[in-house]
Ligand binder design. Sequence first.
Ligand SMILES: Nc1nc2c(ncn2[C@@H]2O[C@H](COP(=O)(O)OP(=O)(O)OP(=O)(O)O)[C@@H](O)[C@H]2O)c(=O)[nH]1
Length: 399
Amino acid sequence: MHSFDADTLALVTAVINGFMAIVWLLMVRSFRIAPTAGALLSGAYALFVPSLLCLQCHSWWPGSLGLWPQSYSTLAGFALMSLGVRRLMRLRQRWGDVALIAGSAGLLMLTGAFAKSGTGPSLLPLVLGSSLLSIACARDVLSGGRALQPAWLTALLALPFLLTGLLLLLRAASLLWLPGAGGFFMQGSLDRSTLAWLYLLMTLLIALGLVSIVVMRLVARIHYMTQRDPLTNALNRRAIASELRTLQAQVERGQRHSLVMIDVDHFKRINDQFGHAAGDAALLHLVAVLQANMRELDRLGRLGGEEFCLLLPHTTQNDAGLVAQRMCVALRQQSLQWLGAPIAMTASFGVAACQPHDSQGDTTLAMADWLVYRAKSAGRDRVCVADPEAMLGRMVAAT
Ligand SMILES: Nc1nc2c(ncn2[C@@H]2O[C@H](COP(=O)(O)OP(=O)(O)OP(=O)(O)O)[C@@H](O)[C@H]2O)c(=O)[nH]1
């Protein structure tokens, strides 16, 4: 553990910070991932590099510069880090708080430097300000991560920020008690290289934590996209088939669920008369009307073209018929507004209860499909509800 001295470890930490600055910049520029948070974090990491490198070059640059570059770049780095973390956790930005902490720390250093005329800024405000900002990051990860990740994982991500904040707080305390301690790392009870190791470890953990937040968000987004129809954002065919299989399995255990198949009437005419864009808008309008008339646990999916499927868990066929009737009337009454003019739109609905002994839901789907066909034949703009006995007889006869 102690085979490296503190300066070498600070150099390694600087390299890691530089690498992370490039990683975040790449994510922002090349992939447009978390653009604002990424830019702020990239800036923060870039600012930490000179603050760590200054430990090495301190001896040979102009004495008048003293600790100024190191002090301010560290403080500015923590300020940007704090803003970046808030943005990454999708919390309302607190520019005022960050400006207050960083500004007052900067001002204190400035006044301290003038008071001591040329001795360079006092490190105390810098370390205290950085510590507060790092603790604020831990708090933001905890509050922003509540909705996203399991609690233990959020706590794990917040921990390195908290430890860094506490280390800096300890350092501030040592500066207060030992005002002569001029170096970046704390002197006293813990030796410099142990502290350098701890800072290096915290840097690594924070970098991993921040990147893993983005990776988890991306995985969740990709999972969401594989389940959705890109135009209407309703569930796609694969996702609705999977939901239907789940309901069918519950039917075997005595639950009662229903399915509604919906097909827009004369959709081709809308496309032909008003153009494909109007057709797309009509599909979005249909989904909006259906969603306004369904419960949160109901599932709406697009099977393809202008054909949709609505799963109604814990709903009898009769109740599902009433829901479909409500949707049919709502669609008839709320015409699509296209370029300032109304376009009348209706749909045909087929309603069937989820059938037993139908693990894939094929029979249920076929029944609802057949009922839509019947609604179309009977003049469209209506709901047909299954009569299971009569229907199964007819479907068997038809095959
Ligand atoms: N705008 C648009 N049109 C689509 C989309 N998917 C399929 N269509 C069109 O939807 C139309 C479906 O026409 P048909 O199957 O004849 O059905 P219909 O005109 O609604 O007639 P009925 O169902 O008998 O009332 C076709 O012209 C497809 O090109 C889409 O995503 N956007």
